[in-house]
Design a protein around this ligand. Structure first.
Ligand code: AMP
Ligand code: MG
Length: 210
């Protein structure tokens, strides 16, 4: 497959190019796009076939769960069983931003996306290109880092093309991304929230608000 690379300026998003990318995701295809952390490999998180394609393209074991990206706080409620008070506090403080939270999933989220788990990881990225893509692609985009398993997470579209070119339909080139560090993951499925993966948001930053 010939991967199409499209430059999009985050300050002035090209509507036609964005629509093309979102139509591909709605059709079950994969599109790499910038987030504020690293480049993500995006597919419709509510489409089990799309999640299977993500695992195949990355060479990632299908029991390694994907993070579901949203771009609107109201999108959280339909995909989870319950949002604990402490999670609401963190969402208010750190979303949009590099924080991922894990909740019991609702039936809307296929097990293919969660690697067979009954919980779902959710993040609300702040990058404007990511936000627009998620909204127009249906509101729920699964997006692990856009690299094959074992390779470093990509911070430029060129890295994505070198690694995944030919395995995906489209790459949105929004320039180099800012953080290069992965999101911090906090698990809310037990009574006490647990940091599963340290990231850009430190334990101290979390403890300051909780
Ligand atoms: P990434 O590779 O940055 O897309 O992050 C995916 C990682 O998030 C997985 O490898 C898990 O460590 C974690 N993760 C995602 N969903 C869940 C979940 N439902 N329960 C526990 N950890 C999860
Ligand atoms: Mg990764």
């Amino acid at each position: 497959m010939q991967t199409k690379v499209v430059k999009i300026d985050s300050a002035n998003i090209d509507e036609a190019a964005m629509k093309e990318a979102c139509d591909l995701i709605r059709a079950g295809e994969l599109v790499a796009f910038p987030t504020e952390t690293v480049y993500g490999l995006g597919g419709n998180a509510l489409d089990p076939q799309a999640s299977m394609k993500i695992y195949a393209a990355k060479g990632r074991p299908s029991d390694n769960p994907l993070i579901v990206h949203i771009a609107d706080l109201n999108a959280l409620v339909p995909i989870v069983k319950e949002v604990p008070e402490k999670a609401k506090i963190l969402a208010e403080k750190f979303w949009p931003g590099p924080l991922t939270m894990i909740f019991e999933k609702s039936d809307l989220v296929p097990l293919e996306t969660t690697g067979g788990l009954n919980s779902v990881a959710v993040r609300f990225p702040s990058d404007p290109i990511a936000a627009e893509l998620i909204l127009q692609a249906g509101g729920y985009v699964a997006a692990p880092s856009a690299n094959t398993s074992g390779r470093p997470s990509p911070t430029t579209a060129q890295h994505v093309e070198e690694d995944l070119g030919d395995a995906i339909e489209m790459i949105i080139d929004g320039g180099p991304v800012g953080i290069g560090l992965e999101s911090t993951i906090v698990d809310f499925t037990e009574d006490v929230p647990v940091v599963l993966r340290p990231g850009y948001i430190s334990l101290e930053m979390l403890q300051e608000v909780l």
